[in-house]
Design a protein around this ligand. Structure first.
Ligand SMILES: NC(=O)c1ccc[n+]([C@@H]2O[C@H](COP(=O)([O-])OP(=O)(O)OC[C@H]3O[C@@H](n4cnc5c(N)ncnc54)[C@H](OP(=O)(O)O)[C@@H]3O)[C@@H](O)[C@H]2O)c1
Length: 328
């Protein structure tokens, strides 16, 4: 089968190479001896793959390896009792191996793809939307009518968070860095948009009548302290990622003085051993698809052989919504 591999750790412009490899067995590393084999129609491309080309992500397989953590496609075979069968349209998190014509995923991370979504949208569903729901609801304890500020709001996690927050009855403030990204955030349902190079903290406080209830932060870096300052009493800041490049540190006296919280949200590690929670998140996301709130925004599509361009688009901060490789 056709694949793209990471062959060295020289960065997104040079680390990838096409390779013809044998198809995988129906066995996934998380469920040895068992797995869902999927004919891949679309593979999601995300920030971690960029980091992996430099050996900077926490998952560090030995090179060469086929990267890519999520796919959408058609089930070729599925384990008995999984509720899945040959021919089903699915979206799945395979952890690695998505940049290939055939991928294998654990059954508990494989979900029926709602008919409202095409394969490219399906390739942007699990990682971003499950993370968004988990961060907003389970970690951030979002209540109806609360105001949520979303950093990196035109990105994959950002657009997913805006859509889910709206679906859960919240008011949203998006933080973005350009006119184009402002348009994407509005398309994803942002009620208000502020620019990351402006005095966004004061703008957010004014727009929320004194402070936001919840911040979802996939960016981190030097805006963290201003994020804490823009929370109202009882507000929560949920840490999701560090695309800004540096991992912020918290002076905890700020939390004491203002009665605020910083909460970590690591979706994969949390759901891994909790099949019930994992299914509940999947069901909740699919309900939000059915009622029209969730529609993954595909910002760029590339054929498999242009995976380098896909990674570079993310690396140069040019991506909006989800970047996808189309294989069929
Ligand atoms: N915790 C979890 O369970 C979990 C799950 C999924 C993803 N993540 C993490 O969430 C983060 C976001 O992922 P994503 O797929 O949404 O990425 P993305 O689509 O590339 O979006 C990231 C956003 O970060 C902002 N940004 C600020 N400084 C940047 C810089 N120096 N370089 C690149 N982007 C920069 C950009 O927005 P502006 O240009 O508007 O500032 C960009 O739109 C990643 O770190 C990823 O690993 C975590």
């Amino acid at each position: 089968m056709r694949t793209v591999q990471i062959v060295d750790l020289t960065g997104p412009e040079s680390a990838l190479a096409e390779a013809d490899l044998p198809e995988p067995e129906a066995s996934h590393m998380l469920t040895p001896g068992s797995g869902v084999l999927i004919d891949v129609h679309a593979a999601g491309v995300s920030f971690p793959e960029v980091l992996q080309t430099r050996g900077e992500y926490q998952v560090k397989p030995p090179v060469p390896f086929v990267p890519g953590s999520e796919v959408a496609g058609i089930v070729r075979s599925a384990p008995e009792g999984s509720g899945l069968s040959e021919g089903d349209r699915v979206a799945a998190c395979c952890m690695l191996g998505a940049f290939a014509e055939v991928a294998v995923a654990p059954d508990f991370l494989t979900f029926q793809l709602p008919e409202e979504l095409d394969f490219a949208q399906g390739a942007g569903l699990i990682l971003n939307y499950h993370t968004a729901y988990f961060s907003l609801k389970l970690r951030g304890r979002l209540g109806e009518g609360e105001t949520v500020l979303v950093h990196g709001a035109a990105g994959g996690v950002g657009t997913a968070t805006l859509q889910i927050a709206k679906g859960l009855g919240a008011r949203t403030i998006a933080v973005v860095s350009s006119d184009e990204k402002e348009g994407v955030a509005r398309e994803a349902g942002a009620d208000e948009v502020v620019r990351s190079d402006s005095d966004w903290k004061d703008a957010a406080k004014e727009l929320s009548g004194g402070g936001v209830d919840l911040i979802i932060d996939p960016v981190g870096g030097d805006r963290f302290t201003d994020s804490l300052r823009s929370l109202r009493e009882g507000g929560r800041l949920v840490v999701v990622g560090f695309t800004g490049g540096s991992i912020p540190e918290v002076r905890v006296n700020r939390l004491l003085l203002n009665n605020t919280e910083v909460v970590g949200a690591g979706w994969g590690a949390f759901v891994m051993g909790k099949p019930r929670v994992n299914r509940e998140i999947g069901d909740a996301v699919n309900r939000l698809v059915e009622d029209g709130h969730v529609r993954p925004i595909v910002g760029a599509r590339f054929p498999l052989e242009r995976a380098t361009d896909a990674l570079q688009l993310i690396d140069t901060r040019g991506a909006t919504g989800k970047v996808v490789l189309e294989l069929r």
